[in-house]
Ligand binder design. Structure first.
Ligand SMILES: NC(=O)c1ccc[n+]([C@@H]2O[C@H](COP(=O)([O-])OP(=O)(O)OC[C@H]3O[C@@H](n4cnc5c(N)ncnc54)[C@H](OP(=O)(O)O)[C@@H]3O)[C@@H](O)[C@H]2O)c1
Length: 336
C-alpha cells in the first residue's frame, strides 16, 4: 500500500519500532527529506502523521513494493530487526534499485551477508553497510589507534553499554549469543576456547568486561585488517539470561529520561608489530541515542554524495573522521 507519491531521498524501513522512531525523530530534527515505511499500517500511519512525512506500508518480502518505493530514493535505513528476517530482502531490494543500504544490525550474520554481496554492490554502484549504529564510533576508535602504531597486530576493545535493552535488541541478541565467543586470530574467525574477562579504562573508571563478539571481528577487520581482534562487553547479553522470549513480556525500550541519565563508552588498545601499545576511549550518549545519531550521520554523508561503493564498514568508508559528525561524542587518547 503506497499512500503518497511525493519524492524523497531517504527511506526508513521499520520506522515505527522503538529505535526506528528515534532515528526518524533525528532525521526530522535535521530537516532531512525522508519517508517512512513498515509492515504495520496503523503504527506506520500514526508515526507519519506525527512527523508529517509520506509513508508506505508493505512487508519485507514484497519485491514489487520495494521496487516502487525505492524508485526515487538515494539511501535506505533498515531499522527492522531482528535483521535475520529482514536484511536479505532489504539488501536485495537496494541492489536491484541502485539505492545505498544502511542498517543498525548487531547480528554478525548480517555483516557476513553484506560482505558476501560486495561484488553485487559494486556492480549496482551502491554502498552496502550493515552495522551503521554502534560501529560508527567503534570503528572510528579502532581506525584512529591503528594509525598510531606500525603494522597493528592486535585490537582489544571493551564496550560499556548504558540504557538497558529494547524488545528488539533482546529478540536479536539470541542471534549473537548462539554463535558463542568468536574472536579473530591470525586473520581467521575462531571460537575462543578460554574466554577470560578483561579490565578496561573508561576515563578514570576501570571496568571488568566479558568476552563477547560484537561484530568488529568482521567490520573492524574490514576497516583495519588487524589480524587479531578480541571484543568485550560490560554486561551479559540478555538472550542468554531470559528463558521466555515472548515479545509481549518485554518492554519497548528505555524512556527518554532513562536514556539521558547515563553514557555509553568504548575503550580500546592496539598493539603494533614492535609491541608498542596505544590506548584511547570514547565517551558518547547512551546506546539508543547513539545509534540513531550515528546512522543518521552516515545517511547524511550519503545524501551529500559521500560514499564508497561495495560492502563497507563505517571505518572503511569514512575513517575516524565520521566521529565529528556524531553530536556529544568525544575520542580521548589515554596516556600509558
Ligand atoms: N547495534 C546497534 O547499534 C543497535 C542499537 C539499537 C537497536 N539495534 C537493533 O535494531 C533492531 C530494532 O530494535 P528496536 O529496539 O527498534 O526493536 P522493536 O521496537 O521491536 O522494532 C522492530 C521494528 O522492526 C519491525 N520488524 C521486525 N521484524 C520484521 C519483519 N520480519 N518484517 C518487517 N518488519 C519487521 C517491527 O515491526 P512491527 O512493529 O510490525 O513488529 C518494528 O517496526 C534490533 O535488531 C536491535 O538489535 C541495534
Amino acid at each position: 500500500m503506497t499512500m503518497n507519491t511525493q519524492k524523497s531521498k531517504l527511506l526508513i524501513y521499520g520506522a515505527s519500532g522503538y529505535t526506528g522512531k528515534i532515528i526518524a525523530a533525528r532525521a526530522k530534527e535535521l530537516t532531512l527529506d525522508f519517508e517512512i515505511a513498515g509492515r504495520d499500517a496503523v503504527k506506520t500511519q500514526e508515526l507519519a502523521k506525527q512527523l508529517n512525512v509520506p509513508f508506505h506500508v508493505f512487508t519485507v518480502d514484497d519485491e514489487n513494493a520495494w521496487k516502487k518505493v525505492l524508485e526515487n530514493k538515494q539511501v535506505l535505513i533498515n531499522a527492522a530487526g531482528p535483521f535475520k528476517f529482514t536484511a536479505q530482502q532489504a539488501m536485495n531490494a537496494c541492489l536491484n534499485a541502485g539505492v545505498h543500504y544502511l542498517d543498525i544490525s548487531a547480528e554478525l550474520d548480517t555483516y557476513r551477508l553484506a560482505e558476501s554481496l560486495d561484488g553485487k554492490a559494486k556492480e549496482a554502484g551502491i554502498q552496502l553497510m550493515s552495522g551503521a549504529g554502534l560501529f560508527v564510533s567503534y570503528d572510528a576508535l579502532a581506525v584512529h589507534l591503528a594509525k598510531l602504531v606500525e603494522q597493528p597486530q592486535q585490537l582489544k576493545i571493551g564496550f560499556q553499554h548504558y540504557g538497558g535493552f529494547s524488545k528488539g535488541s533482546v529478540l536479536s541478541s539470541k542471534n549473537i549469543t548462539d554463535l558463542g565467543v568468536l574472536i579473530r586470530k591470525d586473520d581467521q574467525i575462531i571460537q575462543n576456547d578460554n574466554p577470560e574477562p578483561k579490565v578496561f579504562s573508561f576515563g578514570k573508571k576501570q571496568l571488568e568486561c566479558l568476552p563477547t563478539p560484537l561484530g568488529g571481528i568482521i567490520l573492524t577487520y574490514k576497516s583495519t585488517r588487524i589480524p587479531n581482534i578480541e571484543e568485550y562487553f560490560s554486561l551479559k547479553l540478555p538472550a542468554s539470561d531470559i528463558p521466555d522470549l515472548n515479545p509481549e513480556n518485554l518492554p519497548d525500550g528505555p524512556t527518554q529520561e532513562e536514556r539521558a541519565s547515563g553514557r555509553n563508552a568504548l575503550s580500546a588498545e592496539v598493539t603494533g608489530i614492535d609491541g608498542n601499545v596505544v590506548k584511547a576511549w570514547i565517551d558518547a550518549p547512551s546506546g539508543y541515542d547513539l545509534t540513531p545519531l550515528s546512522v543518521v550521520a552516515v545517511a547524511s554523508r550519503i545524501l551529500n554524495d559521500d560514499f564508497k561503493v561495495g560492502y563497507q564498514s563505517p571505518g572503511s568508508a569514512y575513517g575516524e573522521d565520521i566521529i565529528k559528525d556524531i553530536p556529544d561524542t568525544r575520542l580521548i587518547d589515554l596516556i600509558n
